[in-house]
Design a protein around this ligand. Structure first.
Ligand SMILES: [Zn+2]
Length: 382
């Protein structure tokens, strides 16, 4: 049986990563070995992660009704030089699994010896939802509305509180990865709080197709991080319960670009080329005017102009169809993949774009850079 200590039962990994754990070779910028550079070990609970090494840890959070212990898996990549401490987390909504794959690839890409600072990787925050392919916790609560939580409240508030104390409070920066809900797709996009120039700069550096300024929700990870002075970006990409290559590549390259911006890695290590995202402060949902079958002709990534026909909602045989017309100039940043709709269902999420011509060039360059065949890495193809 595992121990119940707070920092986890597994020992830290050896200080020199084994070849199979090592990322594809990247130029090392390490200035010295552990113990000779004066760079201290990263202490997490009773674990001590030496410079240029990886800690393999668990965060115990609860037990199942069978008594089986449940813990959040955590990897700590401690660089060889001082720098920021950041976290990358995923699946706080348990069915939004794409971030787990982004984090898997990120870990392979990052050379511990070349990192300045420390990266905490948390591929699955809501372990319960992940196991059940569900968004919420077993009590139907939303973990991302449960911060800062407490040690004695509902299961969701206890898990949120553990993440808050053990991860968020240790970091100066974080990226949390989400996807759209089941049967929906989100064009990869960064969401940031409005009115913070530094965060907006990091969001633009990420290089996703769109940056959407969105208000903070009470009880969310972003809200508590902001209260703590921890900068946070939220990546929305892809569909719940699915991996898609475009979203994964945008996410991987974007996180590395932000790390480079923070001085944690070298620019040269990043796959693809950066592009300037479409920045938008306003978005709206186009909803089904009637119940029926939605036949969408323009999907996420499409640049659209006011009045453009985006699809129809009609009856099963396509009669009595109502045209869906765009109310604004913009870019489609999300769409439903479920054609059977009720009146009022959200069909297309459109972000307003004021300069549509340059947005078109950006989409082409982002897509081209990320999906060009010369970037294909056999290990990375889904
Ligand atoms: Zn989510």
């Amino acid at each position: 049986m595992r121990s119940t200590d707070e920092a986890g039962a597994q020992p830290a990994a050896p200080s020199i990563p084994s070849p199979q754990n090592q990322a594809p070779a990247l130029p090392s910028t390490a200035t010295g070995d552990a113990g000779t550079s004066g760079h201290p070990a990263f202490v997490f609970g009773k674990h001590r992660i030496t410079p240029a090494s990886e800690g393999v840890l668990d965060l115990p959070v609860a037990s199942l009704s069978t008594g089986t212990p449940v813990s959040i898996p955590l990897r700590v990549l401690h660089g060889s030089r001082p720098g920021p401490t950041m976290f990358v987390s995923a699946a706080i909504h348990g069915d939004e699994i794409i971030g787990a794959e982004i984090i898997r690839r990120l870990r392979r890409r990052l050379n511990r010896r070349a990192i300045a600072g420390t990266v905490l990787l948390v591929p699955v925050v809501n372990v319960f939802g992940f196991l059940n392919h569900e968004r919420t916790m077993p009590d139907r609560r939303d973990l991302n509305r449960s911060f800062p939580g407490s040690g004695r409240g509902s299961l969701a508030t206890q898990v949120a509180n553990t993440f808050y104390r053990k991860i968020i409070k240790r970091c100066s920066f974080g990226i949390d990865i989400h996807s759209a809900a089941a049967h929906r797709y989100n064009l990869p996009q960064i969401r940031v709080a409005a009115g913070d120039p530094h965060l907006l700069e990091l969001a633009m550096a990420f290089g996703a197709p769109a940056v959407v300024e969105a208000s903070l929700r009470p009880g969310s990870m972003r809200a508590i991080a902001q209260q703590q002075g921890v900068d946070m970006l939220l990546l929305e990409a892809g569909e719940a319960l699915r991996f898609d290559e475009f979203s994964i590549r945008v996410g991987l390259a974007g996180i590395m670009r932000v790390m480079a911006k923070l001085g944690m890695i070298e620019d040269a290590d990043i796959p693809g080329t950066a592009a300037v995202p479409a920045h938008t402060t306003r978005s709206l949902w186009l909803r089904a005017p009637v119940g029926g079958i939605a036949r969408l002709t323009r999907l996420s990534g499409a640049l659209i102009r006011k009045g453009d026909r985006l699809g129809t909602v009609g009856d099963i045989l396509g009669e009595h169809a109502h045209a869906l017309l765009s109310p604004i100039d913009g870019i489609v940043i999300g769409h439903t993949n479920l054609p059977v709709v009720n009146q009022g269902d959200a069909l297309l999420h459109i972000a307003e774009v004021l300069q549509i011509d340059s947005a078109e060039q950006r989409m082409d360059s982002i897509t081209g850079a990320l999906l060009s065949s010369d970037l294909l890495d056999e290990d990375e193809v889904v």
